[in-house]
Structures are given as structure tokens and as C-alpha cells.
Write a new protein. Structure first.
Length: 83
């Protein structure tokens, strides 16, 4: 899109790629980055939740921006497996 700022363009390039998100209570979610909004609420698809040694499939999950501590894109080619 021609009106995208550099940050928006970078964020857009991460869509449909595998992301790892750490939240304020210590949990980690790994899934495909689907979307976000101005409040940093973020949606992951095909997501798994990790809490200590426990792991569970959560599928589609919305992570409230106020709890999001860190988001990393794990592998820029990993999202293709879910397309």
C-alpha cells in the first residue's frame, strides 16, 4: 500500500509467518501471525500455548495488547505450510 509507513510495511511483511509471543503471565504462544490492531491486540492461528513444561493446542487465539511483552518472527518461510 502506498500510504504505509516503514513500521506498518514491516509489520505487514510478517503476516502469515510463524510468530512467538510472550505474555505478561509468562506463557508463550507460537502460531501463524494473522492480524493486529492499533491497541496491539494480536491474533495467531494454529497456535500452541506453552506454560512451563506444559504444552497445548489452542488453535485461533487473540492476545490482548496490554499483556503482550514480546513478539518474534521465528522463521520467515514457516507460514507457507499453513497456506
Amino acid at each position: 500500500m502506498p500510504n504505509d509507513t516503514g513500521n506498518v510495511a514491516r509489520l505487514r511483511s510478517y503476516l502469515n509467518h510463524k510468530a512467538r509471543i510472550k505474555v505478561s503471565d509468562g506463557r508463550i504462544f507460537i502460531g501463524v501471525f494473522v492480524c493486529t490492531d492499533k491497541d496491539k491486540n494480536t491474533i495467531l492461528a494454529h497456535a500452541e500455548e506453552y506454560r512451563g513444561d506444559e504444552q497445548r493446542l489452542v488453535g485461533l487465539v487473540m492476545i490482548p495488547g496490554k499483556h503482550l511483552l514480546r513478539m518474534d518472527i521465528e522463521d520467515l518461510d514457516a507460514g507457507d505450510e499453513y497456506m
